[in-house]
Design a binder for this molecule. Structure first.
Ligand SMILES: NC(=O)c1ccc[n+]([C@@H]2O[C@H](COP(=O)([O-])OP(=O)(O)OC[C@H]3O[C@@H](n4cnc5c(N)ncnc54)[C@H](O)[C@@H]3O)[C@@H](O)[C@H]2O)c1
Length: 355
């Protein structure tokens, strides 16, 4: 019998990129799994390979709806809370990002405590830190998030800790750094750098790099991340926050060069204006995770990127429409919230007056 065969797990955001890999991991080790997802950015296609598995139940619902959350947690032993709205949306629509990431997390914590859930794992993000000025960053860092996304994820951490300290719920916080691998988003404002580069390289199109490419991230292959999420949730002594990362910084330019080499592509690298509020340096220390579990993520960038290239080559058709959409600034599109439109208009007018 495996370590998870007796658990009933709720995975919020289980139709998303990381969530769907977590569902794979839990089902493979015998758990019964429920997914609560509103499919705003996730998709049923990410879970289609489990269509005949009686151990998976998919519930369509919004974590902002307390009744949907109450029904979802009922009878669960473990909750893995991953549902969220993303960083680029927070640049134009911070209110919904705050609501889902902060208030939604409070909803999950309250209903889990009420339902007698045994363990609650909150999936946070390295974006709570902001640009690193001390590396590698330990968990107890002087948080300076640069986006409402990062601040809302930090709020979720604080709420999760309060539930632990108050004795209302047994909780642990995983703080993954940047993830990549199969099913990663490539389109629209969810589109991430690695799949965009891979598709552009495979099509012989320029790799569009925002900024100078010197920004660094601590990239982790997604199947490793979800393995550590499960191990943290199952470890009774794990409490507080744990970085889930490799402890190695890689520049975005290195990622572009590695992808060009792996795909044998002769695409050029095209530098574009940097993204607003882009964190310039992120690099975590996984020592706390290693101290608890005896290991930390270790799949190399070259190995993980090769697996990711193979998956995208086999699964994603680079239609002309898709490729054209990748050159756009993914964080721009449509109207921002009214106050932000007003602020930008006033700032632009002032800049014109000065010139
Ligand atoms: N992708 C990364 O590199 C990364 C890095 C660090 C942390 N994280 C964290 O991992 C988690 C998963 O991220 P991801 O990259 O898989 O994102 P994702 O967008 O693929 O997944 C989020 C899921 O949440 C669902 N969702 C959004 N709003 C919802 C709502 N109101 N009710 C119910 N479901 C809702 C979406 O439909 C989606 O399936 C998030 O908590 C994120 O903060 C991700």
């Amino acid at each position: 019998m495996s370590e998870t065969s007796s658990i009933i797990a709720l995975v919020t955001g289980g139709a998303g990129f990381i969530g769907s890999h977590l569902v794979d991991r839990l089902l493979a080790s015998g758990a019964r799994v429920r997914v609560l997802d509103d499919f705003s950015t996730g998709s049923r296609a990410n879970l289609a390979h489990h269509a005949d598995d009686a151990n998976l139940r998919i519930l369509e619902g919004d974590i902002l709806n307390p009744e949907a959350v109450r029904d979802a947690v009922e009878g669960c032993s473990h909750v893995f809370h991953l549902a969220c709205r993303n960083v680029r949306l927070s640049l134009t629509h911070p209110t919904i990002v705050h609501e889902v990431n902060a208030t939604g997390t409070l909803n999950l914590l309250k209903e889990s405590a009420g339902a007698g859930v045994a363990r609650f794992l909150y999936c946070s993000s390295s974006e709570v830190n902001g640009t690193a000025d001390l590396v590698p960053m330990p968990e107890l860092y002087h948080y300076a998030p640069e986006t409402i996304y990062g601040a809302s994820k930090l709020t979720g951490e604080y709420y999760t800790d309060v539930f632990q300290r108050a004795g209302w719920l047994s909780t642990v916080i995983a703080r993954p750094h940047n993830n990549y691998g199969p099913r990663e988003h490539y389109a629209g404002n969810c589109g991430e750098v690695i799949p965009r580069f891979i598709l552009q390289a495979l099509c012989g199109e320029p790799l569009t790099l925002y900024g100078d490419g010197a920004q660094t991230r601590d990239f982790t292959y997604v199947t490793e991340t979800v393995d550590y999420l499960v191990r943290l949730a199952l470890h009774g002594q794990a409490t507080g926050a744990y970085n889930v990362c490799r402890g190695e910084e890689v520049t975005i330019k290195t990622i572009a060069d590695t992808i060009l080499a792996l795909t044998r592509s002769s695409s050029e690298i095209r530098r574009l204006e940097g993204r607003p509020s882009d964190v310039l340096r992120l690099f975590g220390d996984p020592a706390r995770l290693r101290g608890l579990l005896g290991s930390s993520p270790s799949i190399s960038i070259a190995d993980g990127l090769q697996r990711t290239v193979d998956w995208f080559r086999a699964h994603v058709a680079p239609t002309p429409e898709l490729m054209a959409s990748l050159t756009a600034k993914s964080w721009v599109g449509g109207q921002s919230e009214p106050w932000l439109e007003q602020h930008l208009a006033r700032r632009n007018a002032a800049a014109k007056d000065l010139s």
